[in-house]
Design a protein around this ligand. Structure first.
Ligand code: HEC
Length: 123
């Protein structure tokens, strides 16, 4: 049955083609996602090393932070502030909060604003 055989190989070829097409569609998406993940990992590391000693790993405030009256970064009071104001507080400091403009780049400060937003969404 030669015709049957040809039929199967056509099915086979189109299955391979389909998976190639699917891979071509999915691949760029996963690359983008991986880069986003890298960004997040970098921001999380910056937050852990520069901010967590006062704000706690999840933004709620560490023991030290609570003695300085840090606000819960996840709270509506902080989350309602516009990005520009959060960025300004991080760069210039406020009350017991030290300024970070000399130790973080502008990009890193914006990454911290984004990171604080992501803490707010997790609550
Ligand atoms: C030495 C402790 C300390 C460190 C380190 C610290 N903060 Fe703060 N932070 C504070 C205190 C204290 C406040 C409350 C300031 C006030 O309202 O008087 C605060 C407030 C804030 C606020 C909210 C201000 C508001 O008005 O609601 C943000 C946002 C913030 N910090 C982000 C950060 C980020 C991002 C980092 C790391 C780059 C960081 N902080 C590191 C002590 C700290």
């Amino acid at each position: 049955m030669p015709s049957n055989k040809t039929g199967r190989s056509v099915v086979c070829t189109s299955a391979i083609l389909m998976s190639l097409v699917t891979a071509a569609i999915l691949l760029p998406a996963s690359v983008v996602r991986a880069q986003g993940g890298h960004d997040n990992a970098a921001s999380a590391a910056t937050f852990r090393t520069k901010c967590a000693m006062c704000h706690g790993p999840d933004g709620a405030g560490s023991e030290v932070g609570k003695s300085l009256n840090v606000p819960d970064l996840r709270s509506p009071a902080v989350q309602k502030l516009p990005d520009a104001e959060l960025a300004q507080i991080i760069s210039d400091g406020k009350g017991g909060m030290p300024p970070f403009k000399s130790s973080l780049s502008e990009d890193q400060i914006h990454a911290m604003v984004k990171y604080i937003r992501s803490l707010g969404r997790k609550k």
